[in-house]
Design a protein around this ligand. Sequence first.
Ligand SMILES: Nc1ncnc2c1ncn2[C@@H]1O[C@H](COP(=O)(O)OP(=O)(O)OP(=O)(O)O)[C@@H](O)[C@H]1O
Ligand SMILES: CCCC(=O)O
Length: 354
Amino acid sequence: MKKLLIINPGSTSTKIGIYNDLTEESSVTLRHEAKEIEQYPDIFSQYGFRVKAITDYLEEKGIALGSFDAFVGRGGLLKPIESGTYRISEEMLSDLKSGAYGQHASNLGGVLAHELAKESGKEAFIADPVVVDELQEVARISGMPEIKRRSIFHALNQKAVAKRYAKETGREYESLDLIVCHMGGGISTGAHHRGRVIDVNNALDGEGAFSPERSGGLPAGQLVDMCFSGMYTQQEIRKKITGRGGLVAYLGTNDARAVDNLAQSGDRQARLIFDAMAYQVSKDIAANAAVLKGRVDAIILTGGIAWSKNIVEMIRQSVGFIAEVVVYPGEDELLALAEAAVRVLTGEEEAKTY
Ligand SMILES: Nc1ncnc2c1ncn2[C@@H]1O[C@H](COP(=O)(O)OP(=O)(O)OP(=O)(O)O)[C@@H](O)[C@H]1O
Ligand SMILES: CCCC(=O)O
């Protein structure tokens, strides 16, 4: 039996899991308010407070670092790579720390797993990072030759729930056409064609629906005018797109549950913005039905926001005509990371090299 420490830093939370092989011994989701996160200039500066959250949790549980066989983190903005489990190398670490490919909370997953593993001389891995890239060639074309579309999305959870659906319906993931929509701090909607995510919005960089913390796609001309108005620095504009966009910008909170409750209690602005998020998500789902040429086995809604019966119902009403809507609220990321590590530790799969 392998004891695993799983670390999943999200944009609004740090999720920690202690697993014995695939059995969860304990787990916790520590929520971070936008105010707490935004005092840090970049992701790597959050290292101290996130590592403390983990070591405090282990201390509370009375578990020594040395008792783990391996450490697994959710990674991270890296160069585009294929789906799989990766041993954390020096080159990967350097890209995650420097933000060479951009800033994302999951960059810390690989760094935290590596640093904690180093203290006890154990192995560290990441699996299905946000840069998994299976886009079909036509999906890379943006409309401006200088700009190539990129695949940045909740690959780990999208793949995990798609495989879960396949298993539950007695079919192979590789035989299905699915639309998977992850609704968390960011929102990504992917077209899964026979085991490959052939199109997906770059959820980090202003594509697709707005979300608790991201602006989503914007009218380009108005954005250009803002950029050159002299009123904002480049960093301020970037923050407005990723980090301070979406619900935070309209309503001052990244907590979709609070917005849902406000909307239900009659707050008109909260109602409008929550409806708009559901509206934009529905449009993304319908666009992916075209990508899959109308052959859609199921639409899967997942991520923290899928706990909201209200948003699920709004989306179901808009896209239910395409295929059945299946809801897996929250995410299976901790288990998916444990599975990835166990496959490597038992020799069933070889760890890939970055
Ligand atoms: N019952 C609920 N109703 C509505 N929203 C909810 C509910 N429970 C959680 N959420 C919302 O889900 C969002 C967080 O989702 P999740 O935990 O999937 O995000 P994350 O892991 O921080 O970020 P990401 O998924 O983008 O990596 C928050 O806005 C939270 O308020
Ligand atoms: C998973 C990358 C997208 C996001 O965080 O919004």
